[in-house]
Design a protein around this ligand. Structure first.
Ligand code: C2E
Ligand code: CA
Ligand code: CA
Length: 567
């Protein structure tokens, strides 16, 4: 099989009126490119216009239009004049050969064909053509696609994005101090730097992206298929650090930085020209604001990316300084108002002491992988606190929320076992809350991990049950102890018949499978009473207790043990 290069697979057109000859010729070149056939002059010209062949193997003796006439027609048509025409003939007169060259042919193969020799010559012509095409499409210094090829690819990308409702991004990269280096140390150093920058930029990008050199110290990266602006932000950070890592040329060290301007179709630009102009003006802004940075043309994209980066930075700092906190919310058995367990909920305060809701940062923590160390922090704190409850005479199980990202970590099981050992908490006092989607994940051996945890004595509960996943067969395959009825059903239980019906079904379901049930988000006595009448007795919600700090939970538990927590 020949290698397929983006848009550059050679096309070979074989023209011969003799079936045996055409078969033999096309067989001989089959692996050298995309082979097209024509059996007479007129169809050869049509095929050439359609396929734009790199090489035409052209029989001279054909009825109607002969090879010479075909060649003349090909050479006079701008669409086909580039093709390398190789005549194939059984005539041996020199005069014929001269005439062939006269008509614009570049080589001559004798019938009967010497196949290895013919192949070698055809291959050499294809290589020459490829070189010529590359020169026309690529920057000679760096070998990167040049402006012409880039333009083609942008037009293609815009068309595709239009029909698939996708996004296309253009990153215009200006090397801030290349000119100064070139002025002081000469052209050869700056050429070498440009080559090194090209390979670093290429290494940061994906195969589908086009990294191209424009003029002087400017590069453009085209992202033809963007999966959200966050991905662009992340790539840009990688590009900046790739360019700012020191360069070593002839034993000397050089330092560069880049200013990057970014435009996005269709968010802020609607055509090739506006993409370019907007990327350029964003790049100028990046330069004015102090270089070694990037700017989006759209201020909306800019601020949403900045906000995410600040949030991520904030999470890292908070984690590093151990400043996340964990609150606890009680789960109550409504029959006797006993505390059945507590759920650990992460808490994060910003600089002004205000809480940042978990739903505002957990998704980003999952996206960035920060949820893994954050989750580990929560689990350790929760296990140590539950151990303290136990030491104060309260054997209260603690539930910890586990994100799918954590569960997919190969080290997850080991991590939980270590924390149980370090905290000294009995595994029976730990419950892990996972969401339904976890079971659909093909990534890591979730089922085996859960079975191993269960074997230790850890309990598994399904959080937000009823919202996630319509295929319930996982309930059979996975070791599950508890279903938590999602708060959205509880909220409208009294007003919406279908919510009530769903709760009735979930309760029947849990009974049939022998699972424990917890209703979440219980805020009113009416909700609690209705849930009880339907057969759900364990409740969690503001009606009984809000999430509270560890110290308050200690008091709450002590009071609950003596009095009760009747709402
Ligand atoms: P969740 O696991 O469903 O937790 C219950 C959420 O409902 C908590 O919100 C809790 O404060 C709130 N809640 C409890 N009772 C009531 C009520 O009666 N009414 C109303 N309206 N809300 C009630 P919170 O603490 O903001 O947490 C939100 C979500 O963030 C959690 O939903 C959970 O998915 C996630 N989360 C919290 N802590 C962690 C954590 O340590 N790790 C992970 N992976 N996710 C966490
Ligand atoms: Ca939960
Ligand atoms: Ca929940």
């Amino acid at each position: 099989m020949h290698r397929k290069i983006f848009g550059l697979e050679p096309v070979i057109l074989v023209v011969d009126d003799q079936t045996t000859d055409i078969r033999m010729l096309s067989e001989a070149v089959r692996d050298l490119g995309n082979v097209q056939l024509a059996t007479d002059g007129r169809s050869a010209i049509l095929a050439a216009r359609r396929w734009g062949p790199d090489v035409v193997l052209l029989d001279i003796e054909m009825p109607g239009m002969n090879g010479f006439e075909v060649c003349r027609a090909l050479k006079s048509d701008p669409k086909t004049c580039d093709a390398a025409v190789i005549f194939v003939t059984s005539h041996t007169q020199t005069e014929n050969e001269l005439r062939a060259l006269d008509y614009g042919g570049i080589d001559f193969l004798q019938k009967p064909l010497n196949i290895p020799l013919a192949r070698a010559r055809i291959k050499a012509h294809i290589a020459l053509r490829n070189e010529a095409k590359k020169l026309a499409n690529h920057d000679a210094l760096t070998g990167l696609p040049n402006r012409f090829l880039l333009q083609d690819r942008i037009e293609q990308a815009l068309q595709n994005a239009q029909s698939s409702q996708g996004q296309v991004a253009m990153l215009l990269i200006h090397l801030d101090n290349l000119k100064a280096i070139s002025d002081s140390f000469g052209q050869s150093v700056s050429d070498e730097l440009l080559r090194e920058v090209s390979s670093r930029l290429t290494a940061c990008s994906q195969a589908v992206d086009t990294v191209s050199r424009q003029r002087g110290e400017e590069f453009i990266i085209l992202l033809p298929d963007v999966s959200g602006v966050d991905a662009i932000g992340a790539l840009t950070v990688r590009l900046l650090s790739a360019v700012s890592a020191p360069f070593s040329i002839q034993a000397n060290r050089y330092d560069l930085s880049a200013s990057i301007g970014i435009s996005v179709f269709p968010d802020d630009s609607h055509s090739l020209d506006s993409l370019y102009q907007h990327a350029d003006s964003a790049m100028c802004r990046a330069r004015q604001e102090g270089r070694n940075r990037y700017r989006f043309f759209s201020s909306d994209i800019e601020s949403s990316i900045r906000a995410k980066q600040l949030l991520e930075q904030g999470m890292r700092n908070t984690l590093e300084h151990g400043l996340f906190d964990v609150f606890y919310q009680a789960k109550i058995d409504a029959r006797d108002n006993r505390v059945m367990g507590v759920e650990a909920l992460i808490r994060w305060r910003d600089g002004d002491g205000n809480f940042i809701p978990p739903m505002d940062f957990i998704p980003l923590a999952e996206e960035t992988g920060l949820i893994v160390p954050i989750g580990q922090f929560v689990l350790l704190k929760a296990c140590m606190d539950a151990k303290k409850f136990y030491e104060h005479g309260q054997a209260i199980p603690v539930s910890v929320n586990i994100s799918a990202v954590q569960l997919q970590e190969e080290s997850f099981l080991g991590m939980v076992m270590n924390i149980l050992a370090d905290s000294g908490l009995s595994p029976e006092l730990l419950e892990l809350e996972i969401t339904e989607g976890v079971h659909a994940s093909p990534l890591y051996n979730t089922r085996e991990t859960l079975i191993a945890l269960r074997a230790l004595g850890v309990r598994i509960s399904i959080d937000d049950f009823g919202t996630g996943y319509s295929n319930l067969t996982y309930l059979k395959r996975f070791p599950i102890d508890v279903l938590k009825i999602d708060q959205s059903f509880v909220k409208d239980l009294l007003v919406d018949k279908s919510d009530a019906a769903i709760i009735v079904a979930i309760i029947a379901f849990a009974e049939a499978l022998g699972l424990e049930l917890v209703a979440e988000g219980v805020e009113t006595c009416e909700q609690a009473a209705t849930l009880r009448s339907l057969g759900c007795n364990i409740m969690q919600g503001f009606l009984y207790s809000r999430p509270i700090p560890f110290a308050h939970m200690c008091t709450f538990l002590a009071e609950a043990a003596t009095n009760d927590v009747t709402p």
